[in-house]
Design a protein around this ligand. Sequence first.
Ligand code: NAP
Length: 248
Amino acid sequence: MNLVAGKVALITGASRGIGRAIALRFAQEGAHVAFTYLSSVEKGEALTAELAAHGITAKGYRSDASDYKAAEDLVAQVLVDFGKLDILINNAGITRDGLLMRMSEEQWDTVITVNLKSVFNLTKAIIKPMMKAKAGSIINLTSVVGIRGNAGQANYAASKAGIIGFTKSVALELGSRNIRSNAVAPGFIETEMTGDLNEKAVEEWKQTIPLKRGGQPDEVADACLFLASDLSRYITGQVLQVDGGMLT
Ligand code: NAP
């Protein structure tokens, strides 16, 4: 079943982890894939060839999602290169953890700008072409931490909670134009972002997850595929948790 065949998807931060898994899953399902990366230049370039092997059009762009003008330029260039844009996946994200007592202004600003402002930047740039097409699916990567909060991640939790409010507002504003806006909230997914965490603590956490294991990037990608495809055509403004039941 080619769930998104012929659609054009733009995915931010696809050089590694969840973004990379989403790009590969969408290419397998016949979507043309435009994606971004920032510091992982070699990985980004290698992904283009890997995606194209699925017989779709793929192109990587080195672009900082937190930069408003760069996002505008990116969307304009993707429209030139691909001719249309059906799906936007705001995936780029970072952590700069620390207890609030010790958190610097720079740690706060960086996380809010990269995680939250980027979602505004890309969505602003894409809504005009989507409104013109009278169709579109926007998917934003939030986190269970944005729903529940997390000690040591006040900046990250605030950015991810902000994404949920933004996602729901866009759903309300653009539903009448047949543009859907949903969020995916992963729990603990095994990527470089979570790779640095203390092994013993991670094992203890896993035991608190009903499914008794961490998630894999492709399990988040499958949820994104559902929200991008017509299988979810009557779903907007929702937060889909992909967390093994961690937060019930
Ligand atoms: P990751 O392995 O650290 O990868 C992050 C990706 O974002 C990289 O491709 C990176 O590109 C890109 N990126 C970072 N800053 C960027 C910027 N300013 N502009 C463009 N791209 C940028 O992270 P992940 O675990 O895959 O997480 C992906 C998303 O899921 C994030 O939004 C994260 O908050 C969310 N999430 C993850 C988990 C988890 O357990 N892993 C849980 C909940 C939510 P470069 O390397 O090229 O810079």
